[in-house]
Write a protein that binds this ligand. Structure first.
Ligand code: AMP
Length: 217
């Protein structure tokens, strides 16, 4: 399984990538999670990315593309790209890498939702910085507030989920990433899911659209 998840922040890409990872063992490659790990570890890459991430801007293409080359090599049996590509230049670089490897993409899944929903989801988002698992304090809370169900450690609210930065990230998506919708539609790879549904309904629609069985059937 080789999938790309496309959509604005807060649309549920990470949540659905983890659903497919659990069910099919396809590795989630989340560029945001990888960058956050680099920042936590204080690597050069983390330091390079920090300012961009705090401002809600994209990390430069050459940095991200270099990072993804190493990631791809670790996943010969399949992956779900979550948060990459985010620009046309990144998409072209990915196409070239996959063509060289002879690894065609099965589908690009577009998650979309209106701006008000995305803003309210991001402001209610809590995440486990160790695993990347996320919760919504209103619609999908952990069993104990502020504590991860899996490892019992603390959950955090991302600094870039603050309202000012969220607005910037949504603008960046509209300008720099939304053109990828047409890019992938033209090559006939795009499928769309209604990201306003609850987690299990989105998963069901997603699995049907990529012709896998819905979860639990
Ligand atoms: P995310 O967790 O996917 O929302 O990503 C968090 C932040 O990491 C973004 O706001 C960007 O600053 C950076 N980032 C993640 N993926 C990319 C990418 N493919 N290209 C550029 N910047 C990225």
């Amino acid at each position: 399984m080789r999938l790309i998840f496309l959509g604005p922040p807060g649309a549920g890409k990470g949540t659905q990538a983890r659903v497919l990872e659990r069910r099919f063992g396809a590795a989630q490659i989340s560029t945001g999670d990888i960058l956050r790990r680099h920042r936590a570890d204080g690597t050069d890459l983390g330091k390079q990315a920090e300012g961009y991430m705090q401002r809600g801007e994209l990390v430069p293409d050459d940095v991200i593309i270099h990072m993804i080359v190493g990631e791809l090599d670790q996943h010969p049996s399949g992956f779900i790209m979550d948060g990459f590509p985010r620009t046309v230049a990144q998409a072209e670089a990915l196409d070239a890498m996959l063509t060289r490897k002879g690894w065609p993409i099965d589908a690009v899944v577009l998650f979309d939702a209106d701006r008000a929903t995305l803003i309210s989801r991001l402001s209610a988002r809590w995440s486990n910085p160790r695993s990347g698992r996320t919760y919504n304090s209103v619609t999908n809370p952990p069993k104990k507030a502020g504590i991860d169900d899996d490892d019992g450690g603390p959950l955090v609210q991302r600094v870039d989920d603050r309202p000012e930065t969220v607005a910037k990230r949504l603008d960046v998506y509209d300008v720099q990433t939304r053109p990828l919708v047409d890019y992938y539609r033209k090559v006939g790879k795009l499928v769309e899911v209604d990201a306003l549904q609850n987690v299990s309904d989105v998963a069901g629609q997603l699995l049907r659209s990529i012709r896998m069985e819905p979860a639990g059937h």
